[in-house]
Design a protein. Structure first.
Length: 368
């Protein structure tokens, strides 16, 4: 039977003495003998080189008061968390509970934080959030460049955050960060079958260019602002195009596009959007309507060509009538006209005259 138990504690170690399962105190550096005929003595030797004291009966050790002056003792409430620095280097985060850190071998510094202020801010933020334990206690969020973040806590709007990294404590409240892109973007409204006022079905493709003007309103007014803009543009297209006949729509597409843009812009403002432009990209007619319109265009062009020909012919006849009237009223002008004709004939280099009737020959001789 072993009556005594020998325990050796080195300079960087500490012994935790238990007798019959109850904590009895600390065992310091040196060699110690314990009378233990019944095997009730147990000494757990821990190294102070690792300052964090982890033990299954830590609560008994802390409550005994034996650690006073030898360790940093923490008893964190549900609304508290702790940042632990060892040798002036950040080590880890602590949740609620009891903790102890030996202070003999290494310098230990602890910052206790009230997490009821749900957003975590610190002068060494990046160091803290990149630690191994950070993801267990913090929700980490990043707002990209050219974006903003809309922060809601328990469903209530709190603030709008600029690009950067952010962290929020888990547990005390539900923090939600919605990232919004502020850059200009486009929505294609394609394949819209719309019936005009004269019962012709068209297929339209439109494009809307926009950007976020009020990020909070864009998030709060609808669950999907892009889809909402798409639906509103659809309705405006049907309203504006459906109120016009086909010919009026095709001949004045710019005015139609302007009316569409004004209506979309007004509704988009209520959604927190700024409309840069709205345009009709394509107008697609049914195949039979294309053939019919081609025939109408062909007939119209033929009628226009015939009208122009008749107009020119009438003008030519009118000109000839005026010329004949002037020649009849002025013999001298008639004589000059005859000489011009003879001059043109003579300029050809060869003049052949064939005479028939005697009276005609005399007139030509007299003319010459």
């Amino acid at each position: 039977m072993i009556l005594f138990q020998r325990i050796k504690i080195r300079s960087y170690e500490m012994g935790l003495l238990f007798r019959d399962g109850e904590f009895r105190g600390l065992v310091t550096t040196g060699t110690h003998w314990f009378f233990d005929p019944l095997g009730e003595v147990r000494v757990d030797i821990v190294s102070q080189r690792d300052p964090w004291l982890v033990h299954e009966k830590l609560d008994l050790i802390i409550n005994s008061g034996a650690l006073e002056g030898r360790a940093v003792v923490l008893d964190l409430k549900d609304f508290e968390r702790a940042l632990v620095w060892i040798e002036n280097r950040f080590s880890h985060l602590l949740p609620a509970g009891q903790f102890a850190y030996w202070s003999g071998q290494k310098q230990v510094r602890v910052e206790v934080v009230d997490i009821r202020q749900i957003r975590f801010e610190h002068d060494q933020f990046k160091v803290v959030v990149r630690s191994p334990f950070a993801a267990k206690l913090l929700d980490l969020c990043t707002v990209q460049r050219d974006h903003v973040g809309i922060l809601f806590v328990d469903g209530r709007y709190v603030e709008t955050l600029a690009p950067g990294e952010y962290a929020f404590w888990k547990g005390p409240a539900d923090a939600r960060l919605v990232e919004i892109d502020l850059r200009e973007t486009m929505v294609d409204v394609s394949g819209q079958d719309i019936m005009t006022a004269d019962k012709v079905t068209l297929r339209l493709n439109a494009v809307v260019t926009y950007k976020i003007a009020d990020a909070r309103k864009a998030v709060s007014q609808t669950d999907d602002v892009r889809q909402a803009l798409y639906r509103e543009t659809q309705l405006v297209l049907r309203s504006v195009v459906g109120a016009r006949e086909l010919d009026l729509f095709l001949t004045d597409k710019d005015a139609v596009a302007k009316e569409i843009e004004d209506n979309v812009r007004r509704r988009a403002g209520e959604l927190g959007l700024d409309i840069a432009s709205v345009g009709i990209r394509d107008v697609i007619l049914p195949g039979d309507m294309k053939d019919l319109m081609n025939k109408v265009t062909e007939a119209r062009k033929a009628a226009e060509a015939n009208l122009i020909f008749r107009r020119e012919e009438t003008a030519a006849i009118r000109s000839q009538a005026n010329t004949a009237k002037l020649l009849a009223e002025s013999p001298t002008l008639m004589r000059l006209r005859e000489l011009e004709v003879l001059e043109k004939i003579a300029s050809n280099g060869k003049l052949s005259i064939v005479l028939g009737e005697k009276g005609l020959a005399d007139r030509v001789v007299n003319l010459l």
